[in-house]
Ligand binder design. Sequence first.
Ligand code: DP6
Length: 349
Amino acid sequence: WVLMKTAQTPTNIAVIKYWGKRDETLILPVNDSISVTLDPAHLCTTTTVAVSPAFQQDRMWLNGKEMSLSGGRYQNCLREIRKRAREVEDKEKGIKIEKKDWEKLHLHIASYNNFPTAAGLASSAAGFACLVFALAKLMNVEEDESQLSAIARQGSGSACRSLFGGFVKWIMGKEEDGSDSLAVQLVDEKHWDDLFIIIAVVSSRQKETSSTSGMRESVETSLLLQHRAKEVVPKRTLKMEEAIKNRDFASFAKITCADSNQFHAVCLDTSPPIFYMNDTSHRIISHVEKWNRSEESPQVAYTFDAGPNAVLIAQNRKAAAQLLQRLLFSFPPKSDTDLDSYIIGDKTI
Ligand code: DP6
């Protein structure tokens, strides 16, 4: 017999960035962060997990290609979920798995991204969140989404925020064992549903410095990171929560852009400096800043993760349509501006 479960999880985009760990193994951050979870039609991962007495070992396939599960991060997630596995019974199929059986049974995991993994767009967030959620369903795990987020966190920090829709806060926590470092939902996806996201894929090349090693170097060398974590982010998260609660786009955009810019300033303050944005990224920032200043109030917020791609959050559909028109004119895809494509929902142009 084979027992299977499938889950689908969208990726999330941080509007207050996580950058820097205080514990590398448990993946505990130096500051709180806040993100917006994308619509599942955007960038998402679908994962099917299966268990069978016929399986000889744990195996995993990503986009159809087998990959190693030997990394510590996968092992940590699998171990934590297995610890919480409970009895499962499927009367129709005549299957009964007792709690103690889970230790001996092996898993097969097949995961697909609905976007190119090589596009330099965060895939680990959706990937680990989906894996943990699918396994929790398969193993009849009782823990709620926040408790599961603390397991997904051990796969990739940003993954803990993908267990919820809407706006999500990853509370850094204080405990040494990481038990209070988990995600909570601030508001659900219906609270502010006219926001519209366009992703400008500036370069589909894989990033040169991974988030993991980049943030390690920043923690070791950047004084600005210390200042940011202690002085800036605590105040900023409060303001951001307020802006989200009130659907105050002007404040939301101001804080989102400022936080992205400070994160990249921390990267520049790292020794040796890390450059995630390129010339095209900078030109997109200038373009949006100029447009926002020419209007009565900001129309679009921009944010950049550990790569040159711009995530643009428009106030509504109308602002998004105007933005796209402007972008297509000033930064046509596949041109000498180095712009590859735009992702709007499940469409790429
Ligand atoms: C810039 O979650 O990819 O996207 O915890 O080492 O796996 P690890 O790092 P990761 O870092 C994400 C960094 C970021 C900001 C964010 O998503 O908050």
